[in-house]
Write a new protein. Sequence first.
Length: 108
Amino acid sequence: MSLLDLEGKDPDEIVFEAFQLNDLQREIFDEIRDKQMTVKQIKEEVDRSRSTVQRALQEMLEKDLILREGKTDKTVYYVYTTLPWSEIKALTRQTISEWYEDVEEKLS
């Protein structure tokens, strides 16, 4: 498992591997970090279809790595951003701890 090999990895790589983010999700994460973007803005930045971006965002929402906020300006739309880095680090620690407990249980 590549997650176990920490040599030369920065914190982002550890988070990406802990949550099994694919290349597109990693790219989206980097794009929306510290800013709010709509699906349209994200799709233009990553040069993918709207449906592909929406699927990737949905998977990241299910992993609790990003936030979606509804906005209104004549119509309702959503903006996406990452959780604050401190919360992502805490969530990563929790996820890895739970994984470790599962491994311990299975090996007992």
